[in-house]
Design a protein around this ligand. Structure first.
Ligand SMILES: Cc1ncc(COP(=O)(O)O)c(C=O)c1O
Length: 367
């Protein structure tokens, strides 16, 4: 745990009880899409709390329809149906279940170094989990991992038993590893060829983080199923599985279920997040400011950079944990990754140029 205990937040800054202010380049694992205390998000939550704090999906609710509609419009064309859940792992669990069930097959192909969550199926497709923290006595399906960007290996792994391929367009925990466009396009055409579903895990890459609504639009790849969470409701717990009408039509009543998913507070927050991203032109902001990070932050201990938008891995020779600690001493919060030498940046989408200058200056001062 870090040596900083925030009690307040405003914009891209966190503050502790003693008034120490820290510039946040990590966003609470990519969740604080609008930073802290955004007036429109606060107002949406307060106003929903006043009118109706909870009801489940046993009843129709206008706010849920509005949130689903807003999210479907934000998502790639053709993905028009939304099932709301509570977290990234739950979204992936449901997407994997749909792929297995609707194809009637029993194997999922996943990428080396991937992270998809800590529940049984999501963890089964998470690289390295089976040998470390998995914890369940057996896997819920067959899983084959493929080296990143290896199109031949992918082609060999996808066979007539394959229900789906799950992939993060930019791997988050792995340190902002961005797949080549060729590989992502091959992922689409090769899954189609064997009748397997393409599941894009956009839990971390979604909701504008890559400078497009989703990685699907950045890479121009149409998935069968898309999952998202983290920044979706700006800090209120929420996740979603987004799919086509064709897939939704194949689902029977009660096949997907949840108590809290799609509850009104989360829906109010989701609508506010999408509205603010549009009104404040945050996708454009992410694209331009990300370029500034790329130009200015290869300095001090940093020798290279990977990723897209505001999901960036700063690569260096020193251990990322040491660089992160040194930056925190200078009141800048960053994150590590599963790659020991890659420091991860996941700032709120409202981050601006002068914050980048502060990070670049702090990095320069670190020997
Ligand atoms: C790409 C990806 N998928 C899934 C998850 C799991 O999400 P959650 O922690 O909300 O269950 C994460 C969390 O870090 C993630 O980065």
């Amino acid at each position: 745990m870090l040596a900083f205990e925030p009690t307040h937040g405003h914009g891209v800054y966190l503050q502790d009880a003693n008034g120490r202010e820290v510039l946040d380049f990590y966003g609470g694992h990519a969740v604080a899409a609008l930073g802290y205390g955004h007036p429109k998000l606060t107002e949406a939550l307060v106003s929903q709390a006043r009118s109706l704090q909870f009801q489940s999906n046993i009843v129709p609710m206008k706010i849920r329809d509005q949130a689903a509609d807003a999210l479907a419009k934000f998502a790639p064309d053709g993905l028009d149906r939304v099932f709301f859940v509570n977290s990234g792992a739950e979204a992936n669990e449901n997407a994997l279940k749909l792929a297995l069930k609707l194809t009637g097959r029993n194997k999922i192909v996943a990428m080396e170094h991937a992270f998809h969550g800590r529940t049984a199926a999501a963890a089964a497709v998470t690289w390295g989990a089976a040998n470390s923290w998995y914890g369940f006595p057996r896997m819920p399906m067959d899983v084959e991992f493929v080296p990143r960007d290896d199109i031949d290996a992918l082609e060999a792994a996808l066979d007539a038993d394959t229900a789906g391929l799950i992939i993060e367009p930019v791997q988050g925990l792995a340190g902002g590893y961005d797949f080549s466009k060729e590989f992502m396009h091959a992922a689409r055409s090769l899954t189609q060829r064997v009748g397997a579903m393409l599941i894009l895990d956009e839990v971390q890459t979604g909701m504008g983080r890559l400078g497009q609504p989703f990685g699907a639009q950045l890479y121009e790849v149409q998935p069968d199923l898309l999952t998202t969470a983290k920044g979706l409701a700006g800090g209120f717990p929420a996740g979603a599985v987004i799919m086509s009408n064709d897939i939704a039509k194949q689902l029977g009543a009660g096949e997907l279920g949840t108590t809290f998913g799609g509850a009104p507070m989360a829906c109010a927050a989701i609508i506010a997040v999408i509205n603010v991203i549009r009104e404040e032109n945050l996708l454009e902001r992410v694209r331009t400011t990300s370029n500034e990070i790329m130009q200015k932050c290869i300095t001090g201990p940093i020798t290279g950079l990977q990723g897209h938008g505001y999901l960036l891995g700063l690569v260096g020779e020193r251990k990322a944990a040491a660089v992160r600690n040194a930056l925190l001493e200078k009141n800048i919060l960053t994150g590590t990754s599963s790659a020991p030498n890659v420091l991860r940046l996941l700032p709120p989408l409202i981050l601006e140029s002068d914050h980048v200058d502060q990070l670049a200056a702090a990095l320069k001062e670190i020997a």
